[in-house]
Design a protein around this ligand. Sequence first.
Ligand code: LP5
Ligand code: MN
Length: 245
Amino acid sequence: MKADPRPSLFVSDLHLSPEHPATVERFLGWLNETAVGAEAVYILGDLFEYWPGDDFLDTPFPTPIVAAMRRLVERGTRLYLSHGNRDFMLGAAFCQAIGASLLAEPSLIDLNGRPTLLLHGDSLCTDDLAYQRFRRMVRDPAWQQAVLTKPLTERLAIAQQMREQSESDKSGKSNMIMDVNADAVANAFRQSGCRHMIHGHTHRPARHLLAVDGHDCERWVLPDWYDGHGGYLRCDARGCELVRT
Ligand code: LP5
Ligand code: MN
């Protein structure tokens, strides 16, 4: 079978919210003009600044975003989504609405014949012990079920409290603590058996070349879409390149 000549595109950390309509417009433009030519689009977490549960779909904010993603799928691009540390409450109803498949984390895919590990990236920040405790709590299905019994307005208020607490905690953490841990990266390569990894979360876009147990490995970090900028990783049979927008 002949390989699909269209590229695969990887984005993360768009942090879309009603408070930043210009970023939403940039993302809608990107879907209509750039993503439409892709074979597949992978959104590796933090599509949204916060997602309180899939009943948020019934509010005006996500409607144009959902419609644009659905249109992309209908025009022939496969769409994949993974959770981030802001939108871990995205569920089956959201995936169905946009026509996407939810990726397990981490996910190993065949990218033009190259096994590639996909993840949001927060699980690699193992030095950030307070964050890892928070992550265990909010990724627990029992915790999620319990909070979903609260009214949407209450969940939005909790999300706001969490954001404030997080911002205040981050001001006391070093940049080192908030970056990936080198052993966690090496272990992720070892456990998956692959030599190519793509993730976001740290907002430090880069291509890192490293050796793990004598094997040459490559780790791509995706850019965020804050502050009027954005970007994506474009991969085809010839390789990958970071494109800044
Ligand atoms: O998000 P970012 O990039 O600024 O910082 C992250 C880590 N912080 C988080 C917390 C999120 O920002 C919280 C937002 C959630 C929004 C949606 C929630 C919907 C819930 C609906 C149901 C109620 O991920 C930050 C890392 C940083 O990345 C770098 O990796 O350091 O980690 C923290 O700051 C975690 C804190 O140290 C500990 C947790 C604070 C929150 C505690 C909750 C208390 C309020 C609960 C009220 C009932
Ligand atoms: Mn993140």
